[in-house]
Design a protein around this ligand. Structure first.
Ligand code: MN
Length: 206
Protein backbone atom coordinates (compact mmCIF):
# COMPACT_ATOMS: atom_id res chain seq x y z
CA UNK A 1 0.00 0.00 0.00
CA UNK A 2 1.48 3.29 -1.03
CA UNK A 3 1.82 6.31 1.21
CA UNK A 4 -0.38 9.24 0.21
CA UNK A 5 0.00 13.00 0.46
CA UNK A 6 -2.42 14.37 3.06
CA UNK A 7 -4.39 17.48 2.08
CA UNK A 8 -3.89 20.66 4.05
CA UNK A 9 -6.63 21.01 6.69
CA UNK A 10 -7.04 24.70 5.67
CA UNK A 11 -6.56 26.87 2.59
CA UNK A 12 -3.02 27.71 1.45
CA UNK A 13 -3.62 31.37 2.31
CA UNK A 14 -5.14 30.61 5.72
CA UNK A 15 -1.93 31.22 7.65
CA UNK A 16 -1.35 34.67 6.15
CA UNK A 17 0.26 37.00 7.03
CA UNK A 18 2.59 34.77 9.05
CA UNK A 19 3.14 32.14 6.36
CA UNK A 20 2.36 33.24 2.82
CA UNK A 21 0.17 31.29 0.41
CA UNK A 22 2.92 30.72 -2.18
CA UNK A 23 5.20 29.19 0.44
CA UNK A 24 2.38 26.90 1.59
CA UNK A 25 1.52 25.85 -1.99
CA UNK A 26 5.10 24.96 -2.85
CA UNK A 27 5.85 23.46 0.55
CA UNK A 28 2.92 21.07 0.63
CA UNK A 29 2.26 20.59 -3.08
CA UNK A 30 5.86 20.09 -4.18
CA UNK A 31 8.21 19.45 -1.24
CA UNK A 32 5.91 17.21 0.80
CA UNK A 33 4.65 15.54 -2.37
CA UNK A 34 8.23 14.75 -3.40
CA UNK A 35 8.92 13.11 -0.01
CA UNK A 36 5.84 10.91 -0.40
CA UNK A 37 6.65 10.02 -4.02
CA UNK A 38 10.29 9.24 -3.26
CA UNK A 39 9.35 7.20 -0.17
CA UNK A 40 7.03 5.08 -2.31
CA UNK A 41 9.76 4.71 -4.92
CA UNK A 42 12.29 3.60 -2.29
CA UNK A 43 9.83 1.02 -0.94
CA UNK A 44 8.91 -0.54 -4.29
CA UNK A 45 8.91 -4.32 -3.85
CA UNK A 46 8.96 -3.96 -0.03
CA UNK A 47 5.29 -4.63 0.73
CA UNK A 48 5.86 -5.45 4.42
CA UNK A 49 7.67 -2.16 5.04
CA UNK A 50 5.33 -0.12 2.84
CA UNK A 51 2.29 -1.31 4.79
CA UNK A 52 3.55 -0.04 8.17
CA UNK A 53 2.23 3.26 9.48
CA UNK A 54 4.90 5.89 8.82
CA UNK A 55 5.61 6.38 12.54
CA UNK A 56 6.25 2.67 13.00
CA UNK A 57 8.44 2.51 9.89
CA UNK A 58 10.62 5.26 11.37
CA UNK A 59 10.69 3.75 14.89
CA UNK A 60 11.81 0.49 13.30
CA UNK A 61 14.27 2.13 10.91
CA UNK A 62 16.96 -0.40 11.89
CA UNK A 63 14.93 -3.13 10.15
CA UNK A 64 15.01 -1.31 6.80
CA UNK A 65 17.61 -2.80 4.41
CA UNK A 66 20.91 -0.89 4.17
CA UNK A 67 20.46 -0.05 0.49
CA UNK A 68 17.25 1.93 1.00
CA UNK A 69 17.59 3.02 4.66
CA UNK A 70 18.87 6.54 3.96
CA UNK A 71 16.14 7.11 1.36
CA UNK A 72 13.54 6.04 3.94
CA UNK A 73 15.11 8.29 6.60
CA UNK A 74 15.06 11.29 4.25
CA UNK A 75 11.70 10.76 2.58
CA UNK A 76 9.83 8.87 5.30
CA UNK A 77 11.06 11.44 7.81
CA UNK A 78 10.05 14.19 5.41
CA UNK A 79 6.57 12.70 5.09
CA UNK A 80 6.01 12.25 8.85
CA UNK A 81 7.50 15.63 9.75
CA UNK A 82 5.35 17.56 7.29
CA UNK A 83 2.15 15.65 8.11
CA UNK A 84 2.73 16.69 11.75
CA UNK A 85 3.59 20.26 10.74
CA UNK A 86 0.31 20.89 8.84
CA UNK A 87 -1.67 19.35 11.68
CA UNK A 88 -0.23 21.56 14.45
CA UNK A 89 -0.88 24.83 12.62
CA UNK A 90 -4.20 26.59 12.06
CA UNK A 91 -5.59 29.98 11.13
CA UNK A 92 -6.61 32.18 14.06
CA UNK A 93 -4.48 30.09 16.39
CA UNK A 94 -1.52 30.97 18.60
CA UNK A 95 -1.82 32.13 22.18
CA UNK A 96 -0.89 29.71 24.94
CA UNK A 97 -1.62 26.07 25.64
CA UNK A 98 -3.87 25.01 28.52
CA UNK A 99 -4.39 21.87 30.55
CA UNK A 100 -1.75 19.20 31.25
CA UNK A 101 0.44 20.35 28.34
CA UNK A 102 0.65 23.88 29.77
CA UNK A 103 1.30 22.53 33.28
CA UNK A 104 4.07 20.22 32.11
CA UNK A 105 5.70 22.89 29.92
CA UNK A 106 5.84 25.17 32.96
CA UNK A 107 7.13 22.40 35.23
CA UNK A 108 9.84 21.45 32.72
CA UNK A 109 10.95 24.78 31.26
CA UNK A 110 10.10 27.24 34.13
CA UNK A 111 7.51 29.22 32.16
CA UNK A 112 5.98 29.56 28.71
CA UNK A 113 8.29 32.42 27.67
CA UNK A 114 11.38 30.36 28.49
CA UNK A 115 9.95 27.41 26.58
CA UNK A 116 9.38 29.59 23.50
CA UNK A 117 12.87 31.06 23.75
CA UNK A 118 14.38 27.58 23.91
CA UNK A 119 12.45 26.36 20.85
CA UNK A 120 13.54 29.47 18.95
CA UNK A 121 17.14 28.95 20.05
CA UNK A 122 17.06 25.32 18.87
CA UNK A 123 15.72 26.46 15.48
CA UNK A 124 18.11 29.36 15.04
CA UNK A 125 21.16 27.29 16.00
CA UNK A 126 20.33 24.33 13.74
CA UNK A 127 23.00 24.82 11.06
CA UNK A 128 21.67 24.26 7.56
CA UNK A 129 18.38 22.42 7.17
CA UNK A 130 16.36 20.72 9.87
CA UNK A 131 13.73 21.01 12.57
CA UNK A 132 13.34 22.25 16.15
CA UNK A 133 11.28 19.91 18.30
CA UNK A 134 9.36 19.44 21.51
CA UNK A 135 9.45 15.70 22.12
CA UNK A 136 8.41 13.24 24.77
CA UNK A 137 11.52 11.25 25.65
CA UNK A 138 11.45 8.67 28.47
CA UNK A 139 8.25 10.24 29.76
CA UNK A 140 9.70 13.75 29.87
CA UNK A 141 9.33 16.83 27.68
CA UNK A 142 12.53 17.83 25.94
CA UNK A 143 13.55 20.41 23.32
CA UNK A 144 16.00 19.42 20.61
CA UNK A 145 16.76 19.95 16.95
CA UNK A 146 17.42 17.49 14.16
CA UNK A 147 19.24 17.75 10.84
CA UNK A 148 17.61 17.37 7.44
CA UNK A 149 14.42 15.26 7.76
CA UNK A 150 15.66 13.10 10.64
CA UNK A 151 12.63 12.14 12.73
CA UNK A 152 12.57 11.92 16.53
CA UNK A 153 10.75 8.59 16.09
CA UNK A 154 14.05 7.07 14.91
CA UNK A 155 15.56 7.59 18.36
CA UNK A 156 12.51 6.44 20.29
CA UNK A 157 11.17 9.93 20.96
CA UNK A 158 7.64 11.10 20.24
CA UNK A 159 7.41 14.42 18.36
CA UNK A 160 4.82 16.56 20.15
CA UNK A 161 5.44 19.61 17.99
CA UNK A 162 8.11 20.69 15.54
CA UNK A 163 8.94 23.70 13.43
CA UNK A 164 10.49 23.37 9.99
CA UNK A 165 13.62 25.52 9.66
CA UNK A 166 14.53 24.49 6.11
CA UNK A 167 14.86 27.62 3.95
CA UNK A 168 11.94 26.38 1.82
CA UNK A 169 9.70 26.92 4.87
CA UNK A 170 10.34 30.67 5.11
CA UNK A 171 12.66 32.09 2.46
CA UNK A 172 10.08 33.68 0.13
CA UNK A 173 8.71 35.88 2.91
CA UNK A 174 11.53 36.09 5.44
CA UNK A 175 14.63 35.55 3.23
CA UNK A 176 17.59 34.99 5.56
CA UNK A 177 15.73 36.11 8.70
CA UNK A 178 15.03 32.73 10.25
CA UNK A 179 14.60 34.27 13.74
CA UNK A 180 11.78 36.50 12.44
CA UNK A 181 10.03 33.48 10.91
CA UNK A 182 10.34 31.62 14.21
CA UNK A 183 8.87 34.58 16.12
CA UNK A 184 5.94 34.82 13.68
CA UNK A 185 5.32 31.07 13.70
CA UNK A 186 3.86 31.13 17.23
CA UNK A 187 0.83 32.95 15.80
CA UNK A 188 -0.22 29.86 13.86
CA UNK A 189 0.45 27.15 16.44
CA UNK A 190 -2.68 25.09 17.04
CA UNK A 191 -2.28 24.33 20.75
CA UNK A 192 -5.35 22.14 20.79
CA UNK A 193 -3.73 19.83 18.22
CA UNK A 194 -0.41 19.93 20.09
CA UNK A 195 -2.18 19.04 23.35
CA UNK A 196 -3.87 16.11 21.62
CA UNK A 197 -0.52 14.85 20.38
CA UNK A 198 0.88 15.18 23.91
CA UNK A 199 -1.98 13.18 25.39
CA UNK A 200 -1.51 10.49 22.74
CA UNK A 201 2.24 10.39 23.31
CA UNK A 202 1.77 9.95 27.07
CA UNK A 203 -0.61 7.08 26.36
CA UNK A 204 2.02 5.51 24.07
CA UNK A 205 -0.21 6.05 21.05
CA UNK A 206 1.65 8.64 19.00
MN1 MN B 1 9.60 21.48 4.79
Amino acid sequence: MAFTLPSLPYATNALEPYIDATTMEIHQGRHHKAYVDNLNKALEGQAALASKPIEQLLREIATVPDGIRQAVINNGGGHANHAMFWEIMAPGAGGEPSGPLADDIKATFTDFATFKAQIKDAGVKRFGSGWAWLVLADGKLKILSSANQDSPYMSGQAPIMGVDVWEHAYYLKYQNKRPDYLDAWWNVVNWKAVAERYAKAKAGKL
